[in-house]
Design a protein around this ligand. Structure first.
Ligand code: GUN
Length: 291
């Protein structure tokens, strides 16, 4: 079994981007600028946004963080989005999800300028992605694609099973893995909470992408020997032996599953860092037109 090391791969991409930014600024151009809107006090969202801002600083991108109160009105949030849409110094921005329940998430996503939508969440970008047209690809699915590419994982003609149909991960990765491209060209099954005989469906997977949101849901008896397993889950579990009081678990029971598969992403250090790398690549593209 081999680890698909997202942390190492993300750092390699960040080194590439650092060089690209130096080249841009040496020609008198401005560095890419990513802005993030964080609403409320969701601890996990704050951790993710801080990691994104820190990564920008590390590679020489400009970054801005707009923090809004949990009870901010939808109108004020939409005004902030419009300001970023028209601020020519900002190349791309994200609104960290989930948003508080009094705010209509779809309305917010629709208000983002698709040309600055580096999360790839706007229907224009999702539509272009589906049709195979150039677009911003959603960060987590694109991070997974980049990881498969950089480890030369064969995907053509393979059976890919995606577990989970969220707008952010499951649905877009199912589209990307079936596109006529590498990585892709695989036969995709999009399984979810209502799928019958889930164990049998999973056992058919050469590539199993798990984004079901249940800690350690996948165990070795659901894995085909030699499969490639991608774990998108991230959950905190109390652990008094840890300095910070918790440990992180994925949707896959790593110790048990790793006996069966050929490649697996760890949690932490797998898909998470690749999501950040992918967002940074999109922001570079928003600034410069191509990677
Ligand atoms: N919440 C969970 N994942 C993401 C992501 O990739 N982008 C944003 N904006 N919110 C998220």
């Amino acid at each position: 079994m081999q680890i698909l090391d997202g942390k190492k791969t993300s750092l390699t991409i960040q080194e590439e981007l650092t060089k690209k930014v130096k080249l841009l600024t040496s020609k008198g151009k401005k560095p890419p600028h990513l802005a993030a809107i964080l609403v409320g006090d969701n601890g996990a969202s704050r951790t993710y946004v801080n990691a994104k801002v820190k990564a920008c600083q590390r590679i020489g991108f400009q970054s801005s963080l707009i923090e809004l109160d949990n009870n901010v009105s939808e109108k004020v949030l939409l005004d902030e989005v419009r300001k970023l849409n028209t601020n020519s110094s900002v190349d791309g921005f994200i609104v960290q999800l989930p948003l508080p329940s009094h705010i209509n998430e779809n309305k917010v996503i629709l208000s983002i300028d698709p040309n600055k939508d580096v999360d790839g969440f706007h229907p224009e970008n999702i539509g272009k992605m589906t049709l195979g047209m150039p677009s911003f690809l959603p960060a987590t699915p694109n991070g997974i694609m980049e990881l498969l590419k950089r480890y030369d994982i064969p995907t053509e003609g393979k059976q890919t099973v995606v577990l989970g149909r969220s707008n952010i991960v499951g649905t877009p990765i199912s589209i990307l893995m079936s596109r006529k491209n590498y990585p892709g060209n695989s036969t995709v099954t999009l399984a979810h909470s209502r799928t019958g005989n889930l164990k049998q469906v999973c056992l058919n997977a050469d590539i199993l992408i798990v984004a079901i949101g249940i800690p350690q849901f996948i165990t070795s008896e659901m894995i085909k020997p030699g499969a490639v397993v991608i774990d998108v889950g991230i959950h905190r579990e109390e652990d008094s032996s840890k300095k910070n009081g918790f440990k992180l678990l994925g949707d896959v029971d790593f110790a048990n599953a790793s006996e069966k598969c050929s490649f697996i992403t760890p949690v932490p250090g797998g898909v998470g860092p690749m999501t950040i790398a992918s967002l940074l690549m999109n922001t570079y593209i928003a600034n410069n037109g191509k990677y």
